[in-house]
Design a protein around this ligand. Sequence first.
Ligand SMILES: [Mn+2]
Length: 559
Amino acid sequence: MIAGPLRRCRKVLPVIIFFTTIVIVVIWRLVKLNKQNDIHQTHVFRYNNQEEYIDKHGIKVVVGHYVGNPVNKIPNATYDMVNKVNFNPIPDKGKNGNPVVIEPKDLLVMQQLFQINRFNLLASDQIPLNRSLPDYRRRKCVAQFKDYATYPKTSIIIVFHNEAWSTLLRTIWSAINRSPKELIEEVILVDDASERDFLRKPLEDYIQNFPVVVRILRSKTRVGLIKARLMGASDANGEVLTFLDAHCECTIGWLESLLAVIKNDRKTVACPVIDIINDDTFAYVKSFELHWGAFNWNLQFRWYTLGTTEMKQRKKDYGNAGGKIQIAPCSRVGHIFRKSSPYSFPDGINKTLFSNLARVALVWLDDWANFYFKFNELARNVKDELNVTSRIQLRNKLQCKSFGWYLDNIWPQNFFPKEDRFFGRIRNVRENMCLIRPVKKIMSNQPMGVATLERCLGDDNSLEMFVMTKDGFIMSDDSLCLDAPERPGIGPLVVRIMACSGYSRQKWEYDKKTKELRHVSNHKCLNTSGSKKTTEGLIIADCNGKKSQQWTLEDVPWK
Ligand SMILES: [Mn+2]
């Protein structure tokens, strides 16, 4: 997963596990507050499980869906191929985070090697272990943290499973070279049952070269990321634990600003801004700022467009992110984001993934656990085999707040159902068809499009489920909202489903008597399009009391 948080208070551990479990995805991350609100995108490139696009500031945004590939073996790879270290650095390659260009004659080899780790291993093997990186910190970061000598010392814990030689060692070197040595107690490498020869004796010999203590712990069997991290944690001597992925590059000042957060409040988990190391070129790319991270109805971690409320919230987050998990904007760590997973899943991808998600739901979601299971059959099928008793006891002992509290206080802009919200189907009386959410993603990581009607589906199909909040926002999964133009225009006023923005153009009023759904600022009514084809999309029109403007809001039980 991702470059990890820091902690000092062992009680905060459940928080870390909660986060690392749901963040099965990723891009990261946000830092500098840009005044512009408009972050719409200009280009889209899509791969199977990933979207990436360039936003209007020229920043590349990558959204990985991390479904994991059930690869037990790498296609066409020989024993020698995966066990050989081809690290052969060329001075200045990848300098200052620049992309590496592979010569045409090497392209075939490049493609072969790519399969092993699902990133461009040939490129990585050409980049020196101590390449320079840009400093994207804001100016005031540079002068801060002068008193770092008073900060607590940390153990850096890096879990790896069949990691490439060059990426693993570049991670370690960048962490050490760009930190004051006095702040590093030790580096603990945890080997989660790797199968590569070079990660045995050659690695043990190599780690003697580091200017700080580097140790290796090995798990005999595959235990998974979190248990491996815990293995490192229980063996650590540092006052603070820092978890890092095995394919990262730390930039200057990364550690001091994380430790400053911990020093200030030992119960806070600190997290760096996570930049992108391109999996094809190994270019270091500044990650995006104006997005917020959350999980959707399927508990998948996603990045959403910032609306008005979040923009205000973000300003506040800089000083104090609510006390528990805090992004340290002066700490930037690059991470290689991949389009598919190179890891094997000994119990099968579905079992592993959905057991993890089901555990999150059972332990943390209270009334919303059933809501999750209702729409996620694979998780529903495994949930009864899981025993989370000890986790629930721990949650009680720590007196953690309820999920309802979390939704109200930490995430008020959420799109989950709640007691005081409508949840269910929105059916047009004349057509006897239901409003449906678009699934196609065109311009961003959120699907959006014209609002249309479809034949109504069953209660277990989330596509036509909507939440209507007290404030009048009609929301669906992935932070989508029913949206209509504020002012009269030329031609029909087309209704869309798009990223929730908090603006009044997304506010509606339902009149139980007339069954009208009235657009608040335009005073017009939600209407089927004038044309015969119902799939053409909805419009708003002057209210006329006709059946094409009548809607029934049908409650669907979600608890
Ligand atoms: Mn990773």
